[in-house]
Design a protein around this ligand. Structure first.
Ligand code: NAD
Ligand code: MG
Length: 399
């Protein structure tokens, strides 16, 4: 057997939940993966520990003050990693000719430019950062086609769909007899909470996800079900399936990660423990398979799998996402921007939980969608929608 090709990997957002799971998988397979660059926003101590362990060629911090702190920590430990800072450095480590694979695991719109840089450089891109794709779907997918980058979803649902589609799927559902995408959702922590209690929930309640342990922003998105809304848009772009054929199925156990329904009545699903190392290792090794470190699925222990329709009145964010997708153009950009502003305000206890959907709805009404055919327009709408969402948040500010 020949030795596998050594993938040089950049992890954008190495200190987060996805970054940590990725490094866990990489550490299990030292002969296959070598860490080229690790990046983080402000967690200097955590990135320093990762640099000492994985010895990347580069580390990138979001700003120079954090980078200087990291340099000092690494110098006393004789770690040779070169430390850079800022947005341009993120794009450089994502597109360097020495890199084969980029894991896009920064949270939010700030991840767009380095992820696009990786795509434009034709890398194998493992996409966790769904906000990047939601805000710029057409531009992003056109760039994938133009550069022949390999885009592999590691969002668990999209990875499941990817695994359930035929290997020759070329973004036309009808050619392959695909009728529907069935996107599963756990329903988050408030699936059964009486609706009148939703206004009182705290950031800690919202971040206590029943199935997945994730970063704070996506945990709040799961609690409002905006996460599923963003995922509907993500599926639309990744698999070119019209929104009327993407159906959300609430499945509280989080074992069936999504399904593809075919015209002959066959439904193909991917099952597994709710452990992000599974989709991450699938995409890292694709088309091969490697050990992810997860435990074996215990179907007898799970016993029952439940499925129910989503409650659109309890979770208006889900309807707002479908609405933005139908409106098209830059509407999903505005949706994403307003959501990021509102979620940050909720996490800072400046906005109530139900205010999140209100801010997004009000922002969508005030931002006129435009054609999203260049990055400048998308970035301008992102800025405009954030300004409006801040006003709408201030109007609903809680004491
Ligand atoms: P997280 O908050 O745990 O980590 C975010 C990472 O991004 C950190 O490394 C942080 O340093 C970096 N970052 C944040 N702001 C930055 C900035 N301004 N500049 C540069 N770097 C910055 O988030 P997460 O849960 O790991 O999620 C990351 C992405 O993956 C999100 O887009 C999320 O929707 C997606 N995702 C996460 C999961 C999960 O299980 N956590 C599952 C599916 C998809
Ligand atoms: Mg997901």
């Amino acid at each position: 057997m020949t030795a596998p090709f050594l993938q040089q990997i950049t992890i954008l957002g190495a200190t987060g939940s996805i970054g940590t799971s990725t490094l866990d998988v990489i550490a299990r397979h030292p002969g296959r993966y070598d860490v080229f660059a690790l990046t983080a926003d402000s967690s200097v101590d955590k990135l320093a520990r990762l640099c000492l362990r994985f010895e990347p060629r580069y580390a990138v911090m979001a700003n120079e003050a954090a980078a200087e702190k990291l340099r000092r920590l690494l110098a006393v430990a004789f770690c040779p990693t070169e430390v850079l800072s800022g947005a341009a450095a993120l794009c450089e480590v994502a597109s360097s000719p020495d890199v084969s694979t980029v894991v896009a695991a920064i949270v939010g719109a700030v991840g767009l430019e380095p992820t696009l840089a990786a795509v434009r450089a034709g890398k194998k891109v493992l996409l966790a950062n769904k906000e990047a794709l939601v805000m710029s779907g057409r531009i992003f997918m056109d760039a994938v086609l133009a550069s022949r980058a390999t885009l592999l979803p590691i969002d668990s649902e999209h990875n499941a769909i990817f695994q359930s589609l035929p290997g020759n799927y070329r973004c036309n559902p009808d050619v392959n007899g695909v009728r529907r995408i069935l996107l599963t959702a756990s329903g988050g922590p408030f699936r059964r909470l009486p609706q009148e209690k939703l206004e009182q929930v705290t950031p800690a309640d919202a971040c206590a996800h029943p199935v997945w342990k994730m970063g704070r922003k996506i945990s709040v998105d799961s609690a409002t079900m905006m996460n599923k809304g963003l995922e509907v848009i993500e599926a639309y772009w990744l698999f070119a399936v019209p929104e009327s054929r993407i159906e959300v199925v609430v499945h509280p156990q989080g074992v069936v990660h999504s399904m593809v329904d075919y015209v002959d009545g066959s439904v193909i699903a991917q099952l597994g423990n709710p452990d992000m190392r599974v989709p991450i290792s699938h995409a890292l090794a694709w088309p091969e398979r490697i050990d992810s470190g997860t435990t074996m699925l215990d179907l007898f222990g799970i016993g029952t799998l439940d499925f129910e329709p989503p409650d659109f009145s309890r979770f208006p964010c889900l309807s707002l996402a479908y609405q933005a997708l139908r409106a098209g153009g830059t509407a999903p950009t505005a949706l994403n921007a307003a959501n990021e502003v509102a979620v940050e305000a909720f996490l800072d206890s400046r906005l109530g939980f139900c205010g999140i959907a209100e801010v997004i709805a009000a922002t969508l009404e005030r931002v006129t969608p435009e054609k999203a055919n260049n990055l400048e327009t998308v970035l301008a709408i992102d800025i405009q929608a954030r300004e409006i969402a801040r006003e709408e948040t201030a109007r609903r500010a809680i004491a």
